[in-house]
Design a protein around this ligand. Sequence first.
Ligand code: ADP
Ligand code: ASP
Ligand code: MG
Length: 401
Amino acid sequence: MAIIVQKYGGSSVANPEKIKKVAEKIVDTYKNGNKVVAVVSAMGKTTDNLIHLAKQIANIPPAREMDLLLSTGEIISVALVCMAIESLGYQAEGLPGFLAGIKTDSNHTKARIRTIDIRRIIKELKNGKIVVVAGFQGISPEESITTLGRGGSDLTAIAIAGAIKAERCEIYTDVPGVFTADPNIVPEARIIPIISYKEMLEMASAGAKVMQSRAVEFAQKYHIPFVVKSTFADNGGTMVTEVDLKEGAVVSSVTLDEKQSKITFFRVPDKPGVAAKIFGALGKENINVDVIVQNVSIQGYTDLSFTVNSTECERAFEISKNIGKDLGCENITSDSDIAKITIIGLGMMNHPGVAARMFKALADAGINIEMISTSEIKISCIVKKKDGQKALKVVHKEFIE
Ligand code: ADP
Ligand code: ASP
Ligand code: MG
């Protein structure tokens, strides 16, 4: 039984016309003799609107109920896509995450998938139905609805494709594939026809919204290749899979993340255990810390800054203030007026001088670098938010155009 998993993102189901178009694409795939599981996201900006709604009721909404609320966005899409398929004369079975057998841990708002019980999906496929699954959600061991983190419908699609051993997994979105930079900001960006899991993962973690990083991590771990394509155009397409690492470009892509915030501890005592205490506490609360910079110590004191995702900044700041008091630190600030620009390339490993070229391109454009972090195949710089898009363009020009 050749099964194809297709995922349609929020922009692909943003209105009734687009939903009808998506239904036609799904039916075409079915008519070509395939079994189809379609995973759908919430319509357009629905998830953002639901978060905004919750914030008007409670400052920090309880995570369990937040998940219950957010899960409704995808369920609306499932129902409407199924109706559109049925009106084309084909049978569809719509399933929220918990009915599709998606079992997660209890970590509300960014739960991890533990297992997928595929029996229901397989049963419906065997009955000749097209299965439409709500992305981004599952059920915890306590039988509460959970969600899988922003962009989590990508993860639903990839995990289902792995579990049912699908022939193909196709991620449909509003751009024709993965580009050397966000094509909506850099018109000169080029499509990347084939990319390694490793580079795609770095891009996603660096903030290239086109794929959720946890979805790519999952695909890499379980060897699930997938393609990224446009819902509304037939050209393009990017294959994400295992690629020979030796052949990589020095810099294959540039990514801008405008959703970062910086927290700074001023005049914190410079003694063993301080960093462990700060980052231990954040880790315990499941907050991901990204770029970290500690200054040279002066008379036993130092300044320490790190960045977190802006959605977690409020929580991280509260935790930091409490620890700062314990540590006797002078002041703690949070700053969301920053952006992170990252270059990624497998070839970077064997080419010295790449960092210097990036810094020079930024300097020549009059852009100040606030923080730097490097790893084997990427270099990130934190700049002021107002400089972010310009930084993306000049760095892309330096390495790719
Ligand atoms: P969906 O609703 O289909 O999940 P997203 O909005 O999550 O779509 O992701 C698609 C968007 O990702 C594109 O519209 C584009 O602006 C952005 N993007 C950022 N970096 C890249 C890149 N390198 N290649 C392609 N798209 C990118
Ligand atoms: N609707 C969710 C979000 O906006 C999940 C997704 O789109 O993949 O984050
Ligand atoms: Mg997305």
